[in-house]
Design a binder for this molecule. Structure first.
Ligand SMILES: C[S@@+](CC[C@H](N)C(=O)[O-])C[C@H]1O[C@@H](n2cnc3c(N)ncnc32)[C@H](O)[C@@H]1O
Length: 161
């Protein structure tokens, strides 16, 4: 598969899975975590899908399109490995949905990220929390089915047990 096809599949899958996650959280209360603001593409899509939810975006630096930068109360800057452990005072309860988009493209780095990230996600989850991760996680998470027609990708759609 060409790199172009790979990218198209990955982004198509990501959009379909974000929409499925928004459907799955339904009226469950809670905010949204966007781990990896990047250029703000998925943040922008999430705020369209979930206009009534508070979305907290995390990144080590702001590199997003100027129209896709959260306000200061909702942008948590720094290494996620550290900020996830200390941001609770500014977050109103546990998130209903956690979107993880931290992929580096380097398989070794991605395994390292999975190892430190999984316990943080378990800590921030409660039974029923929906998680869309750009990689499998370790822990008590149920794998949910992908929507019909969703292209194959490395994403995992999960529900915390
Ligand atoms: C793939 S991009 C995110 C793309 C974004 N969701 C979008 O749709 O535009 C990954 C982002 O995660 C951030 N990132 C990766 N690892 C991180 C870490 N350990 N702490 C903080 N930010 C991290 C990078 O700075 C980068 O902006």
């Amino acid at each position: 598969m060409s790199r172009l096809d790979f990218m198209i599949n990955r982004l198509t899958a990501q959009r379909m899975l974000l929409e499925e996650a928004a459907r799955l959280i339904g009226d469950r209360p809670g905010c949204v975590f966007e781990l990896g603001l990047g250029s703000g593409r998925t943040f922008d899509h999430l705020r369209e899908l979930l206009p009534d939810r508070e979305i907290f975006a995390f990144d080590r630096a702001i590199g997003a399109h100027p129209k896709c930068i959260p306000d200061g109360d909702h942008m948590i800057l720094g290494e996620i490995r550290e900020t996830l452990g200390y941001c609770a005072p500014r977050i109103p309860g546990k998130p209903a949905f956690i979107h993880i988009d931290l992929g580096s493209g380097d398989p070794t780095q991605d395994l390292i990220t999975r190892a430190w990230l999984s316990p943080h996600i378990a800590e921030w989850s409660e039974p029923g929390t929906i998680i869309l991760a750009d990689r499998p996680l370790e822990g008590s998470f149920e794998n949910l089915p992908r929507p019909d027609g969703c292209p194959k990708s490395g994403h995992a759609l999960l529900r915390a047990a």
